[in-house]
Structures are given as structure tokens and as C-alpha cells.
Design a protein around this ligand. Sequence first.
Ligand code: SF4
Length: 543
Amino acid sequence: MTGDETPSTDVTDTDGTTRGPEAAARDAPAAATDGGTETTTIDPWGSSTIADYRKLFEEFGIEAFDEILPAVPDPHYLMRRGVIFGHRDYEPVAAALSNDEPAAVLSGFMPTGDPHIGHKLVFDEIIWHQQQGADAYALIADLEAHSARGMSWDEIDEHAESYLLSLLALGFDPEAGTLYRQSQNRELQDLAFELGSNARFAEFSSIYGFDGETSVSHMQSVVTQMADMLYPQLVDEPKPTVIPVGPDQDPHVRLARDLAVRMRFFKVSRAYASFEADAAERELIGRAYEALTESAGDEETVRCEDAADWLETHAVDPEQTAARGSACNKLSEAGKEPVRPRVRFFHRHGPEDAFEAMINAIEGEKRVYEGHIDAFELDFTEAEALAREVEVDAGGYGFIQPSSIYHRFMSGLTGGKMSSSIPASHISLLDDPEDGYDKVKSATTGGRETAELQRELGGEADDCPVYELYAYLLANDDDGLATEVYEECVGGERLCGDCKEQAAVLMKEFLKNHQEKREDAKELLAEIDIDLDSNRRGPGGSH
Ligand code: SF4
């Protein structure tokens, strides 16, 4: 994992941020399309193209961030303005932050070049979560940079230092948080090894397109990234953990979530009878049970054959037809067995002692079967907590699936995508402030062909890289400024010359201030236990 081209353990060559003023950006998350020919591609090591952010919701199952925004305490401006547009399972993290319960944030940075304004998004996301009370982790993805990008160790050392200085200059608290390099973290390597035992080449091939030419070290760097995402839960206890990244890193997040489940000793599920039912069947059996209980009263026993009869005579959605058929078969075979809601603990793997400990830990009525236990007096949440507790006591990890939040890719100042290989398209955090000023002054805009047309039609702030600079960085926490620029632009009151001058001055001030803080941070960095002279050998890989 790791930020996006960002910062991340896998950085790609595009970088992200978005456009739009607050809600406008959230409601119209479309990136520029090339006459409708651009497609949405997600590639952790390539150049990802997001033609329409809404497709990430429909095709990849990423959830819209604005739906959870009200549950986030004191949300960061990147959240308020829709720059952070999506998430996977962020609810537990938001709840933990709200309730002062343990939570963690982690992202990584592949040190392939200088940190730039796209990376700043992830720096800010880490720091904000730290300020909200989360344990914060930032890592240097040096194994990935060496194996997947062929970076030399000298180059990696130099860039690693630069990333860390910017992170510290922006406010990361190293005493409260953790910084590490993949190559120097033995505990991480051990976890990666364990995770590798549960990962298969076939799925790497399917997810990442790995083939016979892929280096073994590149594959190893993938399991290392999986370990990164779970590492915060090794340190104290399992806890909700968020990984802030660009959407190009989503394949890593999904794999890490899968591996977190595969490592668990127990699977907890709901059940209604002694037989196995899948989620679709359970939903229908539950519906039959609720209906029959309601009509017959709690005292009356609902039997499996009654539930089968009910299901056969009640309408279901067309896509549930197959599940109804199989559920009815299972219910009919169970005959007079009572239907009773319960939670089920499957013993997937781990020591036999753990199964015995699970049996002993369950209070109230329970039934023990070969490989699973049914408990009748626990609700699902209690059961999950108990399974995790028993697992950790028995030597397991008890991982909670990591959550993620996704920010938009930033547009290049010269139009198109921001690219590290095109200096004019992006602003490095190390750029001379005067160069930063000049780059903003030379940026393309969403302005009209003439000042007259601009006054008449208004500018196109939603397609303007300069507006993005305000929304993502220059307006900082000042929503009033971001809104003012947007509204004056689209209302025709703002002309691009003055607008760019204002942005250029703000950029110059930001770079000057940031670089002074980087100088101050050198002393702090020297005190941190992280080796920036790795003294390693090896040519690195290229694939
Ligand atoms: Fe962009 Fe500003 Fe011009 Fe509007 S006025 S198009 S925000 S540069």
C-alpha cells in the first residue's frame, strides 16, 4: 500500500487531487474524458486513468465518502471539499476517532523522486488522523522501489530523507507516531513471510498481471506491502486502521483485506439451523423466520419445513430465485428441526487449543460440532470481539480488515495528468519558490478565450488546474477562500490573470515556508531511529 503516485508504497506517475468546490466537486466527480474514449484503469505500478470517479463506485465497490462525512469528527478540508472522494469500510475508523478508541493510520512512500504537491495530500491525511488521536505510521517503501522500479540504494536513501523531512515539516509528530523503512523492519518481514504462506501466485497473476517474467523480489515486495497495511495491528492490539491512498492502490487494499481474513483462526457468521447456508440463503431464511415468528408469536416453534413452505409461497426478487431454491431444499431436508437464530464460530485454522479455548469462552447455550460451534446467546458483534480475543490469546493476530480512503488525482499544471517526468506539470516541494511562482503563472486554466467571454460566461473552475491548487492546497483550511475563488470564477467576476497571480504568490509563500520548516526538521530527523545510509548492495530489479 502506500499512497498514490504518490506517496505510497507504490507510487505511480500520476498524482492526485481534484477540482471543484466542496459539494460541487463531490457531486460531479468526473475527471476529464477524452471525448468519451478514456477508460477507467487501476494499476498500482503504472499510469492509472480515472475517466469517471463514479465508475469506481459501480465497478470496484469503493463507497462514496460524502455519505460517511457526517460521522467524521472535525473533517479535514480534503474531506469537506470532496478531494477525498471514496473509502472502503471507513466507518470503524470514524467511530473509533469519535469515541477516543484505538485507531491507526498508515501510508507509505516510494522514494523514486522528490516529494511534490501530490504527495502532500497523503502527508496531510496521515497528520490529520494523528491529530485526531490515531496511532500514525509512515513508511519508506524502499524494497518496492528497489525491486519494482530498479532504484539504487543510494538514490533511495537520498529520496527517503527528503520525504521524511517534508512529512515532519508538515506536522507529523515522530514521538507519538512511527516511521520505518521496509528493509529495516524485521517484525514487518516476519509478518510478510506469514502472509506469503496464505497468498498464491495465481491470485497475484490475476490481480497484478504477474507472469513468468515477474521477479521474485517484486512478488516479495507485494507481501511486504500487505504486511505494511496490517503492521499497526501488530504493535499493540487489533484496531481499525485506515490507509490513505490514491485509487490506483485499491488492488493492494483489497488483497490486504482478503489476507487479513485468511489469517484469522475463526470465521464468525450468522446461522438459523444446523446446516450450512450461504449469505443469500441466510437472508431468505431470516426473512421467513421473522415473518413466521411475527404471525405465530415467540412461544411457537418455527420449524425448518414451515420456513420452506413460507419461502415457496412468497415472492422474492428475480436474482434471489436460485437462492430460494437451494434454501428450500436445505430447509426441507432439515424437516422438523427448529429454526433458531445463532452465531457460528468456524475454526478455520490455528491450534486445536484455540478451538477448545473458544468453546470455553462462549457463555450461555452453545452446541459444539466438528469444526464449528453454535452460540445462542451472543449477538454478532459480541461474537466477533470474543473470537478475536480468543485468537490473540492463543497466539494469532486477530486482524481487523484495514480500511482505506481515496483521494483524486491532481491535474497537471500544463493540462492532462500530473507527471513526475514532466517538471512543468507539477510542483516539487523542493522547487525554488520563484520557480513555483513561475509554474503557477504558466499553468493552463479553465478560462475563456477572451476577458469579455469570461465575464459573460464565467470560467470553468471545475476544469481548471489553478482552481485545484486553491482547493487542494493554497486555501488550506479556509473554505471561504476556496468558495470565493470558485464562485467568482464561474460567476464571471474573476479573470485568470489576477487569479493566477494570487495563486502564484500563495504558492511561493507556501514553498518558502515549507522549505524553512524542512531545514528545522533536520535536527528532529537526526534524533529518529531510522537509518538513512542503508549501505546495501544490489542492482535492483526492473519488473
Ligand atoms: Fe481558473 Fe481562476 Fe481562471 Fe477561474 S479565474 S478559470 S479558477 S484561473
